[in-house]
Design a protein around this ligand. Structure first.
Ligand SMILES: C[N+](C)(C)CCCC[C@H](N)C(=O)O
Ligand SMILES: O=C(O)CCC(=O)C(=O)O
Length: 465
C-alpha cells in the first residue's frame, strides 16, 4: 500500500497551533461528539434564557431541602442548584421492597399500575436523602439517596452528567514509547483475588487505551484459549469460537491470505460488532518469512482530528449509513439488518463505536443525495488519510508469548503483507460481555471508592444506568 501524499502533516501542525494542544500521546483530547464544534457552540450561544444550562459543579453539600406540588417535587441543594422531578418519575423509580426486587434488581410494577395523578402528601430530607410519603392508600413511602437524585437529575441535568470524567486516553504513533501492558502472571495467579485484580487492570487499560498487551503468555493455542476464557466468555461466530488461522483461505476472507490489511475494525457486518479482538501470534519463522507486522490506529484519536479539522466530514460519517457484508465463506451471507454509520455515539453524544472496514464495505449511496455521495467519499478519504498518517500509525511486530487485546469498537488493526508460514490464534469477546466483566470487578474492588452511595441499606442504586 503506497503512502498517501497528503497535507495532513500541515493540517496537524495548524491544528496543534489552533487548539493550543500539542498532539502528543496520552493527551486527553475531548472525545468528539455528534455535535461538531461549530454546532455545539451555536446550541449553547442560542440557548434562550428560559432554557436553563447545566449548573456548575457542586460544592460540598450537606442536607438539601425539598418542596412539592401536584406535578413536581423540587430538591434545593445547599449550593443553590435546584433539581425538579416529575412526581410520576420519582414514584416509578422507587426501590422499596414493594417496587423493586432487591435480589433480581428488577422493577415489580408496570407503568399502568402507577396512578398518573400521584403526588406526595409529605416530603422530608436528611443525610439519607429525600423521603416521600405518597398520596396512595395505604400511604406508600419512598426514599431516594441524594447521590441518585443528582445523577438522575434531568430538569436541569447536572453538569457532572454531561461532563462525566472519562478515563479514556487518545494516542498516536508515540504510544510506542510506553504501550499499555500487563503480565500474564497477574492474570492467572493462584490467589483468586489477585487474578481478578489483574484482569481488572487489563480491562481498565483496554478501556483507557483501546488495547493492551499481555506478556509472558505460554505460546500455545490451549494456553491462549484458557487465558481468554478467564478474562471473559468467548463469542461464537461463523469463524467458530477460539480460532487459529493462517494463509490457506480456509475462510472466504483476506485474513486467511498473506495480503496486507489496512487499518480496520472487524465484524462491521454484525449488528453488534465484536467487542474485543484478541490475537496471539504463535508462529512465523522469519527468516525465511517476511512481513506480517501488526498495525494499530486509535480511531477515536483520528476521529477527533477529523472532527476538528473537517467537522462537516465528521458529521457525514456520523450520519450516513454504510452497508457491510461477509459473503466470502460458503453458506454465509452476513449483513446487519440495519446498516450503521462509521461513527456511533452514546446518549451523551460521546463517540462510542467506530465501524471502519473498507474490504467488507458494501454498496454505498442508496437513499443518499448526489451531494451526500460526493461528501461521503471526501469525508472517508480524509479519515483514511488521517488513519494512514505517520502521526497515527503504530506498527508493532508481535511474537509468540505476547497476546494483544483490542477494543474492536475503538482501535483499528491491520497487518503488512507477509511471506512464509504464519499462524495467529485468538478469539472475539462480546462488547457487553467484557464491559460487564469490568463493571463487576470494578464494583467488587473499586466500588466503594468510585460510587460510595451506590448501596443504601439493602438497595443497590448503582445498577440501571
Ligand atoms: C479473526 N478472524 C481471522 C477469525 C476473522 C477475521 C475476520 C476479518 C473480517 N474481514 C472482519 O473484518 O471481520
Ligand atoms: O493476521 C493478522 O495479523 C490480522 C488479521 C486481521 O486483521 C483480522 O483477523 O481481522
Amino acid at each position: 500500500m503506497s503512502k498517501p501524499t497528503t497535507t495532513i502533516a500541515r493540517h496537524l501542525a495548524k491544528l496543534g497551533r489552533r487548539t493550543g494542544v500539542s498532539l502528543h500521546p496520552f493527551n486527553r483530547l475531548a472525545l468528539p461528539s455528534t455535535q461538531t464544534p461549530q454546532s455545539r457552540s451555536r446550541s449553547l450561544s442560542t440557548a434562550s434564557p428560559k432554557e436553563r444550562r447545566p449548573a456548575s459543579e457542586p460544592r460540598p453539600t450537606t442536607i438539601p431541602t425539598a418542596t412539592f406540588d401536584q406535578q413536581h417535587t423540587t430538591v434545593s441543594w445547599p449550593d443553590g442548584r435546584e433539581s425538579r422531578f416529575d412526581n410520576y418519575f420519582l414514584f416509578d423509580h422507587c426501590r422499596c421492597s414493594k417496587c423493586f426486587q432487591t435480589q433480581t434488581k428488577q422493577r415489580l410494577k408496570t407503568l399502568t399500575e402507577l396512578p398518573t395523578d400521584i403526588q406526595p402528601v409529605s416530603v422530608e430530607t436528611d443525610t439519607a436523602g429525600l423521603h416521600i410519603t405518597w398520596s396512595t392508600s395505604p400511604p406508600h413511602k419512598s426514599t431516594y439517596p441524594s447521590q441518585f437524585l443528582k445523577k438522575a437529575a434531568y430538569d436541569p441535568p447536572l453538569a457532572s452528567y454531561h461532563e462525566a470524567e472519562d478515563s479514556r486516553i487518545l494516542w498516536n504513533s508515540k504510544i510506542v514509547q510506553s504501550p499499555p501492558t500487563v503480565d500474564h502472571q497477574d492474570l492467572v495467579h493462584s490467589k483468586a483475588e489477585t487474578s481478578e485484580r489483574g484482569i481488572l487492570k487489563l480491562l481498565n487499560r483496554v478501556h483507557d487505551f483501546g488495547f493492551c498487551f499481555i506478556t509472558d503468555v505460554p505460546p500455545t493455542a490451549d494456553d491462549t484459549k484458557w487465558l481468554i476464557e478467564r478474562i471473559a466468555p468467548i463469542r461464537q461466530t461463523h469463524y467458530g469460537g477460539f480460532w487459529s488461522f493462517t494463509a490457506d483461505l480456509s475462510h472466504g476472507d483476506l485474513a486467511y491470505s498473506n495480503e496486507g490489511l489496512p487499518a480496520h475494525t472487524d465484524t462491521t457486518y454484525f449488528t453488534d460488532p465484536a467487542g474485543l479482538q484478541i490475537f496471539h501470534l504463535l508462529s512465523h519463522p522469519s527468516p525465511p518469512g517476511t512481513g506480517g507486522t501488526t498495525l494499530l490506529v486509535d480511531a477515536f484519536y483520528t476521529a477527533s482530528l477529523l472532527s476538528t479539522l473537517y467537522p462537516n466530514s465528521y458529521s457525514l460519517l456520523s450520519r450516513l449509513r454504510v452497508p457491510a457484508h461477509a459473503s466470502g465463506t460458503p453458506g454465509t451471507i452476513l449483513r446487519p439488518t440495519i446498516s450503521q454509520p462509521a461513527f456511533s455515539h452514546d446518549e451523551k453524544g460521546q463517540l462510542s463505536l467506530v465501524r471502519w472496514n473498507n474490504e467488507d464495505r458494501g454498496v454505498v449511496g442508496r437513499g443518499w443525495t448526489p451531494e451526500e455521495v460526493k461528501g461521503w467519499y471526501q469525508a472517508s478519504r480524509r479519515f483514511e488519510e488521517l488513519n494512514r498518517s505517520e502521526d497515527a500509525e503504530y506498527w508493532v511486530q508481535l511474537s509468540p508469548g505476547t497476546v494483544l487485546v483490542i477494543d474492536n469498537w475503538r482501535v483499528m488493526h491491520g497487518r503488512s503483507a507477509f511471506t512464509g508460514s504464519r499462524t495467529m490464534c485468538g478469539a472475539y469477546v462480546g462488547a457487553d460481555d467484557w464491559k460487564s466483566r469490568r463493571a463487576v470487578l470494578t464494583k467488587k474492588y473499586e466500588g466503594r471508592r468510585k460510587d460510595p452511595a451506590a448501596i443504601s441499606g439493602d438497595v443497590d442504586w448503582s445498577v440501571g444506568w
